[in-house]
Write a protein that binds this ligand. Structure first.
Ligand SMILES: NC(=O)c1ccc[n+]([C@@H]2O[C@H](COP(=O)([O-])OP(=O)(O)OC[C@H]3O[C@@H](n4cnc5c(N)ncnc54)[C@H](O)[C@@H]3O)[C@@H](O)[C@H]2O)c1
Ligand SMILES: [Zn+2]
Length: 365
């Protein structure tokens, strides 16, 4: 297995990446002192149906006697305060003995990782937890970095905490059961890492994106490991998203989020981000920040990943209105993460409105 460290002083932890390695989860936890007598697995009906038995077996094999399962219903709409409350109340029943500190395992995509991580952050003011991501997006993005949250009707991720896991354990073999559209959507975030931070990764993707989408073990392990390394370094420099480093991960997301909302569920997050990245590259060229070739290479890779480069049928005014409400727009001034080259990001504030409008218009027509 590949092992990557997230260096955060006392809060440091490992990310282990392998293929069909789920049966080794218990041992990996035991080696790190995480084999509590009580291990609470938070998952969903679909994901638990596929992988809970393997996880339970792996934990028992490591000598963990009491293993429990709690299911949060599948889907973003279930990353809610109600389901968070249900999960922590279950934890209270599952681990009633105050002398035994339970450990939480989140088994699933970003929805389960975010909600389960927040449950671990707040139950008894924080118990150790292990992220076991089962989507490509969760493997390269949401499972690393300690951002946990649930949604409110008033907005996404409005209640949460920074709370680092004690281990991230990635079994890329679990992606075999993930719908292909979800794999492609996760690939948008993979492309993002190459575009903003690593020209070599970008070039490797140009050589092998089809193999990666086909879940070829060696190729995918190399790509995911590199993405995780990049995210780990960004998190090391800016754990709490205040040092103006973590902001680079918003590349393609300013316009992407607005398009995602305006598309009313017709586009996935990754598809919207793909459109947003191509638009941001176009803005970078139009602002004189980089050569036209940068946009062309990004567009080609997005197309080869089976992702859209524009979002047809979405209303321009709605996209612009959602963008104006984006939390990244501070005091009314827009902010975009743009590219000065493949693998090099820059942040630009106060991009001329006509340029933004044009980029948005071209992204939807
Ligand atoms: N914490 C962070 O830093 C961070 C970063 C990015 C995104 N997020 C959050 O992540 C969430 C999106 O995560 P996601 O894209 O993983 O979506 P998701 O968790 O909703 O999973 C997508 C779908 O795939 C199913 N699924 C998951 N793994 C499977 C598998 N191996 N086989 C079959 N089906 C499987 C799920 O049941 C679900 O229906 C959002 O809520 C977003 O806010 C968090
Ligand atoms: Zn994203």
């Amino acid at each position: 297995m590949e092992a990557i460290g997230v260096e955060l002083g006392k809060r440091s932890y490992d990310i282990l990446i392998g293929f069909d390695c789920l049966p080794g989860l218990g041992e990996a936890m035991k080696e790190r002192g995480l084999a509590s007598d009580n291990v609470a697995v938070i998952t969903s009906p679909r994901i638990g149906g596929l992988y809970y038995d393997t996880v339970e077996g792996a934990l028992h094999e490591a000598g963990i006697t009491s293993v429990g399962r709690w299911d949060v219903p599948d889907g973003e709409e279930n990353k809610s305060l109600d389901n968070f409350a249900a999960a922590v109340r279950w934890l209270a029943r599952f681990a009633p003995d105050p002398s035994i500190e339970p450990a939480v395992v989140t088994l699933g995509g970003g929805v389960i990782g975010d909600l389960g991580g927040f449950a671990a952050a707040s139950f008894r003011r924080g118990v150790p937890y292990v992220q076991v991501p089962t989507t490509l997006l969760a493997a390269v993005d949401s499972s690393v970095g300690g951002k946990t949250a649930v949604n409110l009707p008033e907005g996404k991720n409005l209640v949460g905490a920074f709370y680092q896991p004690r281990l991230v354990y990635v079994d890329l073999g679990t992606l075999r059961t993930l719908p292909e559209r979800e794999v492609r959507s996760g690939m948008a975030e993979v492309i993002k890492y190459g575009a903003i931070l690593d020209a070599d990764l970008f070039q490797f993707l140009e050589e092998s994106v089809e193999e990666a989408l086909g879940l070829e073990a060696a190729v995918l392990t190399r790509i995911v490991s590199r993405c995780v390394e990049l995210k780990a370094e960004v998190v090391r420099q800016d754990e709490l998203d205040r040092a103006h480093v973590r902001v680079c991960l918003n590349f393609g997301h300013t316009l992407g989020h607005a398009i995602e909302k305006a598309a009313d569920g017709r586009l996935t997050h990754g598809e919207s981000v793909a459109v947003g990245m191509v638009a941001a590259a176009r803005m970078s060229v139009a602002s004189g920040l980089c050569e036209a070739e940068v946009e062309a290479r990004l567009r080609d890779l997005v197309v080869r990943a089976g992702l859209p480069v524009r979002a047809e049928g979405v209303e321009l005014e709605r996209v612009l209105a959602f963008m104006a409400h984006d939390k990244k727009f501070i005091a009314g001034r827009n902010r975009f993460v743009l590219l000065s080259d493949i693998g090099r990001w820059v942040e630009r504030e106060g991009v001329p409105t006509d340029l933004v409008r044009r980029a948005a218009r071209e992204a939807i027509s």
